[in-house]
Design a protein around this ligand. Structure first.
Ligand code: HEC
Length: 255
């Protein structure tokens, strides 16, 4: 009897060790696969058989296609989400639930130069049935701010919260820096957030990969630089769209 105790303790220890190793792996594996609901008509087009292996090869993220009405981490449809391609008379949109990181990568890839080229390079009998979304389909979605607001909140808090009060219920920030709820009162708040990286003081410390040029060698940022992707900016826009504008009583004067 007495001898069993150490064995039991040892087993427990081993189990804990196994859990410690396996659990993070499981979480990681999760980010590397997601389910995508696709209407039958689009499945039949063959486009996804062409796109998905190329995406998976590039990113290691696997996509399981499920029928259009099934519960899934992301869905392709014609009503909601970010416009990703046009074909068979529709603009197809991708909607992501709970900002699944694999699905976010898929949208980023589809809307990137390489993704767009991959869409157009899919041919059936010498013609390309799908093309990147028309400009007006993409413009049309700007005011709907269909970025991921939950992601936007986290990104804003982590990257903008150093200076700005981001959350209407929190204090902090730097006194002279307008809070996000105050900025939200401006009629052109969205244009300002879309281009904030070009508006002072941000260019001195902000990098948007693929958009901004690197900091000039003789002008290294004086503070820890901020790096945000276009996807994150879109997410921030979605978040800011949803926050209540500060109640200022009177219109404010700002720049
Ligand atoms: C190091 C401090 C700092 C950080 C970090 C910072 N900002 Fe700012 N931001 C400022 C200051 C200061 C102003 C006010 C500029 C002025 O009044 O001219 C400002 C103004 C703005 C404005 C209004 C710009 C205008 O001219 O209309 C927007 C929009 C904005 N910030 C967005 C962001 C976002 C989004 C982030 C995070 C990704 C961010 N900022 C990170 C300091 C910062």
């Amino acid at each position: 009897m007495v001898r069993r105790v150490p064995i039991f303790a040892c087993l427990c220890g081993a189990l804990a060790l196994v859990m410690a190793v396996v659990l993070p792996l499981a979480a990681q594996a999760d980010a590397k696969r997601f389910s995508l609901a696709v209407p039958a008509s689009l499945v039949e087009s063959g486009l996804l058989d062409y796109l998905l292996p190329r995406f998976s090869l590039k990113t290691g993220v696997r996509i399981e296609v499920v029928p259009g009405k099934a519960a899934a981490e992301a869905e392709l449809g014609t009503q909601e989400g970010r416009a990703v391609f046009t074909g068979s008379g529709e603009t197809w949109r991708l909607r992501i639930r709970d900002d699944h990181p694999g699905a976010v990568r898929f949208v980023d890839w589809l809307t990137s130069e390489i993704g767009r080229r991959t869409v157009t390079s899919y041919e059936v009998a010498g013609t390309a049935p799908f093309t990147p979304p028309e400009a007006d389909a993409m413009e049309g979605e700007a005011p709907s701010f269909d970025g991921d607001a939950a992601l936007g909140r986290r990104v804003a808090q982590a990257k903008c919260g150093r200076c700005h009060v981001v959350d209407p219920n929190r204090r902090g920030g730097i006194g002279s820096t307008p809070s996000f709820p105050v900025l939200r009162t401006l009629s052109d708040w969205d244009a300002r957030f879309q281009t904030f990286y070009a508006l002072n003081p941000h260019p001195a410390f902000t990098q948007v990969p693929g958009v901004t040029e690197g900091f000039a060698k003789h002008l290294p940022p004086a503070i820890v630089p901020v790096e945000v992707s276009l996807g994150e900016i879109e997410a921030i826009l979605a978040y800011v769209a949803g926050i209540a504008p500060a109640d200022l009583g009177a219109p404010i004067q700002f720049q």
